[in-house]
Design a protein around this ligand. Structure first.
Ligand code: URA
Length: 220
C-alpha cells in the first residue's frame, strides 16, 4: 500500500518544498533505521519544472555538497540535459532516498544502493514532492528509482515506455552511472543511444522542439 502524502503548508510550490525539506531533515523513520548516514540531501532545481528526474540516493560527492547528482554520474546527467537543450535549473532533480546509505567500517568514497526498507522510509517524501511539483513527465533513472516508485524490476524491460506514477507519465531509463560503466567497456554508444531515445520520447511528450541533428545523436 502507498504511504499517505505528507501535509505541508505554503503558498507556492517553493514554500511547500522548503517545508518538506525541513521534515525530511528530521525524518524519524529514516533516521531510526540506523543504516543511513547523517546528512540529508534534498532535491534541487525548478519547482515549476515540467520534467522531474528521480535517481537513487546521494553518493560521496552529493553528501559533501548537499546536492543531488553532482559527482561523475551527475556530470553525465547534466550532459544528457544539455543535449536536450536544458539546464539543470530548468528541471527538478531528486532521489528516491534522501540519505547516503552507510556501509560498515570507514566508508570513504564508496557508495551502495539503498535497500527496500531504506527506500520505503523515504517514499512519503518523494511521493509528496511529485504531488507538489506536478510535472508533465517524470524520468526514473535506474533500478532503485523503478523499484522504489513501484514501477517494477528490470530496467532493460521497463525502459523506453511511459509508466504511471501518481497519474504522471514516467519514463524509465538507465541510470547515468550505467552509461559510465558501459563507456569504460566499449565506449557506451548503445547505452547512450538507448537513453537518448528515451529522452526523445520525453521531449515529444512535453512538447519540446527537436531538431534533425538531435534526432540523430549517438547513432553509429
Ligand atoms: N546517483 C544518484 O542516483 N543520485 C545522486 O544524487 C547521485 C548519484
Amino acid at each position: 500500500m502507498r504511504p499517505a502524502l505528507i501535509e505541508v503548508s505554503g503558498d507556492s510550490k517553493a514554500e511547500k518544498l522548503a517545508a518538506l525539506a525541513e521534515l525530511a531533515e528530521i525524518s524519524p523513520q529514516a533516521r531510526a533505521l540506523g543504516t543511513l548516514r547523517e546528512t540529508m540531501v534534498f532535491s534541487v532545481g525548478n519547482p515549476e519544472a515540467s520534467i522531474m528526474l528521480i535517481g537513487e540516493a546521494p553518493g560521496y560527492e552529493e553528501e559533501q555538497q548537499r546536492e543531488p547528482f553532482v559527482g561523475p554520474a551527475g556530470q553525465k546527467l547534466t550532459g544528457i540535459l544539455t543535449a536536450m537543450g536544458l539546464k539543470r535549473s530548468d528541471v527538478y532533480i531528486s532521489n528516491i532516498c534522501k540519505f547516503r546509505p552507510a556501509t560498515a567500517g570507514s566508508q570513504g568514497t564508496s557508495n551502495r544502493a539503498p535497500t527496500d526498507v531504506e527506500m520505503a522510509a523515504c517514499l512519503p517524501f518523494i511521493l509528496t514532492e511529485i504531488a507538489i511539483i506536478a510535472p508533465k513527465v517524470i524520468i526514473a533513472l535506474g533500478a532503485s528509482a523503478c523499484k522504489g516508485l513501484g514501477i517494477g524490476d528490470g530496467v532493460t524491460r521497463l525502459r523506453g515506455k511511459f509508466h504511471d506514477v501518481q497519474g504522471i507519465p514516467t519514463m524509465v531509463t538507465y541510470h547515468p552511472s550505467y552509461i559510465l560503466r558501459e563507456e569504460r567497456i566499449d565506449g557506451g554508444l548503445r547505452a547512450k543511444r538507448e537513453v537518448w531515445e528515451d529522452m526523445l520520447k520525453v521531449m515529444e511528450k512535453t512538447g519540446m522542439p527537436i531538431s534533425e541533428k538531435q534526432r540523430g545523436y549517438f547513432k553509429k
